[in-house]
Structure formats: structure tokens, C-alpha cells
Design a protein around this ligand. Structure first.
Ligand code: SAM
Length: 463
């Protein structure tokens, strides 16, 4: 092609570009797009035209097309910061969080001080369900911009999602702490300061620090949540115990003897009991520890735990578990969607006991294997009433003579809550009769069900 031809081609392209920019400036985006496309066809100033075209197409809501134009530009200029940011934003708009993450990661790599890119990366990571990575980025952002209110807000939101609220009341639960410390001190007195201690579920590091205070020289503790593990390391260091307590940011299932700890543990400490006994993978975690991480004669704290409960009547609890007529409508069908367990808090503590305390299910943590099980138990009814369900709490066997319970009569505001296991509907019960309940566990959760509602063969003992 001669210089003359080139001159001619570009003049046409310039003409198209003028038209495009005129329409673009007046907000008439459809013709603006068409003219920009014509300019591109002339291969004129491609890297300058693609951003304009992508912007117009994106503004017209054609996100996929806009992404394609930004991709064209990135093929020519892989580090183009605007292309990376705009393409990432469009991916987020169309729900492609992983692709958005890639764009924003590239943008932050190219310019680490670009706080917009860092913020967008944190947002995209959150949307991609990479909470821990998102948290790290929001923390970096807040470090750079301490007065960035939105980043501070996101950081706190994300932290709250990752770290359950009960950590703080649990740490302030002095009776719980004292019971664990007594059991830990007893075990170390028994096995000596050279015993290898394993604490599964570091949290703040409290139980490990108690072990060190009792004289233990070798404590390894694992914590699966990165930000909790990092904070625990800080806490252990602030308490001057880093030489004796090693925090490993891993799930116990990932721990390797010989790598993370020198040898199998002589003492296992682990407080991973949920309010309803089993929800925090207690069974699998302890089974795995028995198999791989502790000696056959290891002291185990706690040795076991029991879910205890009683039949209750309560207007307030019934309002959480059942619904009948509302504003003149029969919405009782919605009761079938009620939760199978309800943590009790606030005014929910107002209930009347219809039976004595009954051990519902015990889990022996010193045995290496557990099978799911359930059975029917008879609960003697001590008062007439409409039973809404069973209120349940924990009794924890920490060591010989050392027990902890969150019995509702004298425990509130700790880490554990009492739990209502509601029946599908209120059931009338009569003093002097017995009420049959199915209790057990499926290894991951506690089973508590009213037997009379299950089948005719187990019914009628209550009326
Ligand atoms: C209830 S808190 C107890 C914290 C601390 N041990 C205490 O008693 O104050 C349990 C902690 O264990 C962690 N965790 C639960 N199961 C775990 C496992 N299998 N491996 C590592 N960490 C675990 C949780 O993330 C949580 O931080």
C-alpha cells in the first residue's frame, strides 16, 4: 500500500472518529458505537479506539461485548490498567467473580499502590467466596488508608462472618475457663512438663497458654481459620509464651506428626463442642486425632460430654417454633418449615419445666470410633402442660472430679447457649405419664425428636 492510500484510509477513519465522538459526547450511544466500529475496521488507532468503544458498549448494557473489546485491548497491552479495572468491573456485573479477581490481581500487580484496584480485588474476592483472601486485601487497604470508612466497614463485616460471635463471650466465661485449666493442670502434673500437648482449635490460644502456665514445654496447637491463627500467635507472643506454644494454621485433619509436631501427643486438649454437642465435627476430629495424632494412653480433655435436657412449656418459645392463625389467615402450614433447633437467648429463657433433667446423649471422647445411633427414651412427665419441645444444654466431663455445665438454672451469657429442640407441634402432656423421645446422633448432629409424632407404634405413652 502506498503512502497515498494510507493517507486516504486514515482520512476516512478520522471522519468516522469525528462522527463517533460527536454522538458519544451528546450521549447518543448507538450511532457512536457504530462509528467506532467503523473506525476499528480501518485499523486506525486501535489502542485508543477500543477503550472508547468498550465504554460505549458497556454503557449500553452490552456487558459481554464490552468485556470482549477490553480483552482485545489487553491482548495488545496486557498491563493496561484501565482495561484491567474496567474489564474486572464488568465481570463482577455479570457475576463472573473469578474472572474479575484475575483482572484486579493483574491490576494490583502492575501498580501495588493503586488503592482502587486493591479495593476492587477485595470486593471481587468476597464475591468469589474467597473470604480469607478478601480479608487480607481489606486489611492491606485499611493499613494504607486508615480513614477509609467503607474499607473499615467491609473489614469488620468480613471478620464477623469468618469469626463466630461466641468467641468473646466464651473467653469471658470464667467457670468454663477455670474448669479447663483445672483439668489441664491435673494432666500436666500427671504426665510431667516434657509431655507433648496437642490443643485442637486454638481460638485465642487460651487453653495452650494454660498448659504452658502449668509447666508444659511442648505445646502444639492448630487453628483452621487463618485470621484466628494469626491473632492467636500475636496473643501467645504478647504473653511471652512463643517459645513453648506453637500455633499451626491448619485443620487438625491436615496435621502431620514429624512435621507439625515432633511426636504423637501425650495430652489432647480440645474445646470444639457446640451448644448442641456435635455440630463442630467433634466426632470426626477426635477419631482422626486418636488414629494419627495422639498416643493410645493419651489423656484426653474433655473425656466426654452429655447433652442433657427437659420437656418444656413456653408461650415465648412456642412463638419461635409454631405459627397458626395470623391476621385472620391460617398460615399453620408454615410451621413445617420451623428450624429443628433454636439457640435460646433474651426473653426465650422464660419457660416452664414439664420434666426433670434427663441425659439425652453422651459422647465418650476417649474411644477411637463412634457409630451413629438412636433410641427411644421415656421421660417421666412431672407437670401437666403443652410441651413445645426439649430445652437442652451440656454437661462436660473434663477429668476425674472436674465437670462443667451450662445448666439453665445458673448459667447465662457464656459461650454456650441452651438450645430448644422444638416438636413439630405443641403436644399435651400429663403429669405421672411418660413421654417418649427419640434421641441419638448421626455423628454430625444431635437427634432429638418427639416419638409420639413419628409412628403409631411408639405413640400414646404420653396421654
Ligand atoms: C470453641 S473455639 C475454642 C477456642 C479455644 N480452644 C478456647 O477454648 O478458648 C474452637 C476453635 O477451634 C477451631 N477449630 C474447630 N475445629 C478445628 C479443627 N479440626 N482443626 C483446627 N481448628 C479447629 C475453630 O475455628 C475455633 O476457632
Amino acid at each position: 500500500m502506498t503512502a497515498e492510500h494510507l493517507q486516504q484510509d486514515f482520512s476516512k477513519a478520522r471522519e468516522f472518529l469525528n462522527e463517533a465522538m460527536k454522538f458519544h459526547a451528546s450521549g447518543d450511544l448507538e450511532p457512536a458505537e457504530q462509528y467506532y466500529v467503523e473506525v476499528l475496521k480501518q485499523s486506525y488507532r486501535i489502542p485508543d479506539i477500543l477503550p472508547l468503544l468498550a465504554g460505549v458498549v458497556g454503557a449500553r448494557g452490552k456487558y459481554e461485548a464490552a468485556i470482549a473489546y477490553w480483552s482485545d485491548l489487553l491482548r495488545i497491552r496486557p498491563d493496561h490498567p484501565v482495561a484491567l479495572l474496567e474489564k474486572g468491573a464488568l465481570h463482577l456485573k455479570v457475576g463472573q467473580a473469578a474472572e474479575a479477581v484475575s483482572c484486579f490481581e493483574a491490576a494490583t500487580l502492575g501498580s501495588p499502590d493503586n488503592m482502587l484496584a486493591l479495593n476492587n480485588l477485595a470486593v471481587a474476592l468476597t464475591q468469589a467466596n474467597r473470604q480469607h483472601d478478601a480479608l487480607e486485601k481489606f486489611r492491606a487497604l485499611v493499613q494504607h488508608q486508615p480513614s477509609n470508612v467503607l474499607a473499615q466497614h467491609q473489614l469488620r463485616r468480613l471478620t464477623s462472618r469468618i469469626v463466630p460471635f461466641w468467641h468473646i463471650p466464651m473467653l469471658n466465661d470464667a467457670p468454663r475457663n477455670d474448669a479447663f485449666e483445672a483439668a489441664i493442670a491435673k494432666a500436666i502434673a500427671d504426665r510431667g512438663p516434657d509431655a507433648q500437648i496437642l490443643d485442637i482449635g486454638t481460638g485465642s490460644g487460651l487453653l495452650s497458654m494454660m498448659a504452658a502456665r502449668a509447666g508444659a514445654k511442648h505445646v502444639v496447637t492448630c487453628e483452621v481459620v487463618p485470621i484466628i491463627a494469626e491473632t492467636a500467635r500475636k496473643v501467645v507472643e504478647q504473653n511471652g509464651l512463643s517459645d513453648r506454644v506453637v500455633v499451626v494454621n491448619k485443620s487438625s485433619s491436615e496435621l502431620v506428626v514429624g512435621t507439625d509436631m515432633d511426636c504423637r501427643a501425650d495430652i489432647l486438649v480440645s474445646e470444639i463442642l457446640s451448644s448442641d454437642l456435635l455440630a463442630e465435627d467433634v466426632v470426626e476430629t477426635f477419631e482422626d486425632a486418636h488414629k494419627r495424632l495422639i498416643n493410645a494412653d493419651a489423656i484426653i480433655i474433655p473425656r466426654g460430654a452429655t447433652a442433657v435436657g427437659c420437656l418444656v412449656e413456653s408461650e415465648i418459645l412456642s412463638k419461635y417454633a409454631f405459627v397458626d392463625e395470623v391476621s385472620g389467615f391460617d398460615v399453620s402450614a408454615f410451621s413445617s418449615l420451623a428450624p429443628n433447633k433454636l439457640p435460646i437467648h433474651g426473653t426465650m429463657t422464660e419457660w416452664k419445666r414439664l420434666s426433670h433433667d434427663i441425659d439425652l446423649q453422651t459422647i465418650d471422647l476417649t474411644v477411637p470410633i463412634h457409630a451413629g445411633e438412636y433410641r427411644v427414651i421415656d421421660i417421666p412427665v412431672t407437670s401437666n402442660g403443652m410441651a413445645a419441645g426439649i430445652v437442652q444444654w451440656l454437661k462436660i466431663d473434663l477429668a476425674e472430679g472436674i465437670e462443667f455445665t451450662n445448666h439453665p438454672d445458673d448459667y447465662s451469657d457464656g459461650g454456650w447457649l441452651q438450645v430448644l429442640h422444638p416438636f413439630p407441634a405443641p403436644i399435651s402432656v400429663v403429669q405421672g405419664t411418660t413421654f417418649k423421645v427419640v434421641v441419638g446422633h448421626d455423628r454430625n448432629s444431635l437427634i432429638v425428636m418427639a416419638a409420639p409424632l413419628l409412628a403409631d407404634s411408639v405413640s400414646n405413652s404420653f396421654s
